[in-house]
Structure formats: structure tokens, C-alpha cells
Design a protein around this ligand. Structure first.
Ligand code: GTR
Length: 424
């Protein structure tokens, strides 16, 4: 009994480590550049039959090949939306952010074959006679965490339990209000003439392994197979539904919607950009493994590790590449290439070694030849820039000081990148 008492305290610690995805088990991450296994990257400009891509029209065929491969083997195939969306405004403030912005909360209800799903969107637009460009991104802990604004609804959606954000019994609480405002500098974004739209990602698909019974997957309860959509594809698919709505909004410049995400949501933003070309700009913040970082480097988090810690994120087939990255016919630079010729920004944190900053940089660099095909400069440098020295071609990149997170510094670069490409 004494022995039992001595060790039972380990159980919650173990469960915590498991849920945070960093439980190591037998897995020892490599953080040593000299121990990266030898690898050859698949060439984005060569088709699987060996033919070389020389024109943008050839690229369309290659792009389809790459996209379908990612869909089938990595993220999973998501359905073409064939349901109905009902929009209800649940609040409007014509004088938000000191009178400079219009704030709306909208409930988008998706329904299909007698099933439905609610999405609560928070939207800030600058008060302006013109339609505004918008940054669209999912948030981690609910819309009420994004700003101090007392009026924002705390929805009853399933949420991860988390002491910092005051969620208990898998429900968010009032106490979480404003706790993520540093990651969402709304006032600055509005001040620069941009709007911002966000939604809690767990409303699209709660982030746990439930056999794909809830969230957007429940709208399509048909039999699943090993290539069906995982959670990342579900979050990306939800971003497209938000875009369906934004396109109808007179205050939104639908040709200038940037999709942005941090970490697992950075992976989702990249996949959303690949799935949906209405996203005119794509921003990946610290997206790491399964995002911008090259899988073949096996630096920090690996394919095997991510599929073990998060078995619900990708298509089941992706698990067959655990520890067999070289057998994939793609690597993540080709995901970035799918955005071409649209501007894409990749950001790393120098201490965020789990996400492999260098691998994220190389993901962008190796996508650059495809931008070249369009007469555009992809990554404007061939060596990884120094810390806090952003570079901005049609592909932008920075590695900032500090670790994993979406910071004001990151936003500052995104605003500048958008100004640069959208002519402000
Ligand atoms: C980690 C996971 C990463 C990253 C991160 C996050 O635990 O291993 O791939 O997505 O979570 O989303 O914060």
C-alpha cells in the first residue's frame, strides 16, 4: 500500500505529459544537426513519371498530383460542402475599439441531412467606407479569450481543461476573458486598416481522439477509411466555411483574406491554403512537424511522434510513414509550393526546437523554385536569416527570439508583409 501511495501521484503527471503531446516514452528527439539522417527531397518540379515541369500550365498538373497525394496520404480527404449555412448576428457594436471598429458576433449554423453544427465567429472590421482586408484565424481557448471586451459570448463548446485559461469540466469560463489578447493585437490590426475574424477551433472539431464522431466529422457520418479527413483537415475545412461567410460580407475585401494559424492551427492554416485558393495569403506561425518543417530532417517532433501523441490529427494512412519519412512521395516544402504564386509567410521561434526552426525555413526555401516558375521570388535568401531579421519575398520568413507562441512581434511582420503585397 505504501508503495502504491508513493507512485499514484505519478498518474496525473503522466496523463498531463501525454495530453500535452510531449510525453517522450521511448522517443528521444534529435536536436543535433550532425545527426540528421541523409535524405533527398522530392523535387516539386518533377512529376512522378520523371517529366520536368517548365511552365505554369505544366505546374497545374503537378500541383494536382501533389495535392491529391497530401490529401490521401497525409491530412485525409475532406468532403465537398453540400449543406446549408444559416447566419445569425448575435451582437453588433458599431463603436468598438474606441470608435474605430465595428464588432460583430455571428452564429453560423451548418446543417446537412438533419445534423447541424454551430460556429461562433468574432469579427472586427475597421470603420471604413471601403471593404477591408482581413486576417482569419482559429483560436485555442474561445473568442472571449481574444479580447477584454466584456460582451463577447463565452460559448458552451467543449474545451480542453486548462488551469491558465480557467476551463473546467471541459467548459470555458468567464475567468478566461482576455487571457490570449497578446496573441490577438486587435487594436493594432484595426489601426493598420485590417479586419480580424476568429473562431474557437474546438467548435469545428474537439481536439481529442473520439473516432471522428463529433465536430464537423459528424456532419458526414458515412463510413470512414484510412484516407478520410483527420482533425487538421476538419479545422481547415471550417476555415473555408468561414470564408464562405466572409465572401458575403460587404465590409470584407474578399480578394484579400489572409488565413493564419499558430502551431497545430498553423498546420491547419497551411492545409486550408492548399484546399482553398480563396485564401489570398497564408501565414504559418511555428507550425512545425506536419506544417512547414521538413519531415525528413527528423529534428524535434517527428512523423512517428506526432501520429502517436495525436492519432486523430491526420489521415490514418499517415501512420504508415512513422519512421519511414523517406518513403513519402512528398515533403512539407511541397505543401508550401501548393500556395504558389500566393504570398506565404513562415515564422519560427529560435527556442522552439521541437518545431525545427531550420526545417521550417528550408520548407519555404525549397518551395521557391515553384514561385520562380511564376516569375516571383520565393524566399529572398538562401541561408537562414539571423534571429529577429525578417525577410520578405513572395515567401516571407523570420526566426524570432523566444519560444513557441504567437506574439506581437510576429503580428508586426504579418502586417508589414500584407502591406507589402496588398499595396498599402
Ligand atoms: C505540440 C505538438 C506540436 C504543436 C503544438 C501546439 O504538443 O507536438 O505539433 O502542434 O502542440 O499546437 O501547440
Amino acid at each position: 500500500m505504501r508503495n502504491l501511495l508513493k507512485t499514484t501521484w505519478l498518474v496525473p503527471v503522466f496523463l498531463f505529459l501525454l495530453s500535452s503531446g510531449h510525453a517522450q516514452g521511448d522517443f528521444v528527439p534529435n536536436y543535433d544537426e550532425s545527426k540528421i539522417p541523409p535524405y533527398a527531397l522530392p523535387d516539386p518540379l518533377q512529376r512522378t513519371d520523371g517529366s520536368v515541369i517548365k511552365s505554369t500550365s505544366d505546374w497545374e498538373k503537378r500541383k494536382k498530383e501533389i495535392f491529391e497525394y497530401f490529401q490521401r496520404e497525409v491530412y485525409g480527404i475532406s468532403p465537398v460542402w453540400d449543406g446549408k449555412m444559416e447566419v445569425r448576428e448575435i451582437s453588433k457594436n458599431e463603436s468598438a475599439i474606441g470608435g474605430t471598429a465595428i464588432r460583430q458576433e455571428l452564429k453560423l449554423t451548418l446543417s446537412r441531412e438533419g445534423r447541424s453544427l454551430d460556429m461562433f465567429v468574432l469579427l472586427y472590421l475597421p470603420k471604413s467606407a471601403k471593404a477591408s482586408p482581413v486576417f482569419l484565424g482559429l483560436n485555442f481557448y474561445g473568442n472571449h479569450t481574444v479580447t477584454d471586451d466584456k460582451d463577447i459570448l463565452v460559448t458552451g463548446a467543449w474545451i480542453r481543461n486548462n488551469e491558465t485559461y480557467h476551463s473546467e469540466n471541459n467548459r470555458a469560463s468567464e475567468k478566461g476573458r482576455g487571457l490570449r489578447k497578446d496573441a490577438w493585437p486587435v487594436e493594432e490590426i484595426i489601426g493598420r486598416g485590417y479586419g480580424v475574424a476568429t473562431l474557437y477551433y474546438g467548435e469545428l472539431d474537439p481536439d481529442f481522439d473520439d473516432g471522428f464522431k463529433n465536430g464537423v466529422h459528424a456532419l458526414y457520418p458515412q463510413q470512414r477509411d484510412s484516407s478520410s479527413w483527420g482533425s487538421i483537415a476538419g479545422w481547415a475545412w471550417g476555415l473555408s466555411r468561414m470564408m464562405d461567410y466572409l465572401e458575403t460580407h460587404a465590409g470584407v475585401d474578399k480578394k484579400k483574406v489572409a488565413v493564419l494559424g499558430h502551431s497545430r492551427l498553423g498546420k491547419a492554416a497551411l492545409w486550408a491554403g492548399a484546399l482553398d485558393e480563396r485564401f489570398a495569403m497564408v501565414i504559418s506561425n511555428n507550425s512545425g512537424c506536419g506544417g512547414a518543417a521538413l519531415s525528413r530532417r527528423k529534428f524535434g517532433e517527428t512523423v512517428g511522434r506526432i501520429n502517436t501523441a495525436f492519432p486523430h490529427w491526420f489521415a490514418d494512412r499517415f501512420k504508415s510513414y512513422n519512421d519511414r519519412e523517406n518513403e513519402l512521395l512528398v515533403d512539407q516544402h511541397q505543401l508550401i509550393a501548393l500556395m504558389a504564386p500566393r504570398p506565404v509567410y513562415i515564422a519560427s521561434g529560435v527556442e522552439d526546437t521541437w518545431a525545427d526552426p531550420k526545417g521550417e525555413f528550408l520548407g519555404g526555401l525549397e518551395a521557391s523554385p515553384v514561385y520562380g516558375l511564376f516569375g516571383k521570388e520565393g524566399m529572398p535568401v538562401s541561408e537562414m536569416p539571423a534571429v529577429d531579421q525578417p525577410v520578405m519575398g513572395t515567401i516571407g520568413y523570420h526566426v524570432r527570439s523566444g519560444g513557441h507562441g504567437l506574439t506581437r512581434y510576429d503580428w508586426k511582420q504579418y502586417l508589414e508583409f500584407a502591406d507589402k503585397h496588398w499595396g498599402k
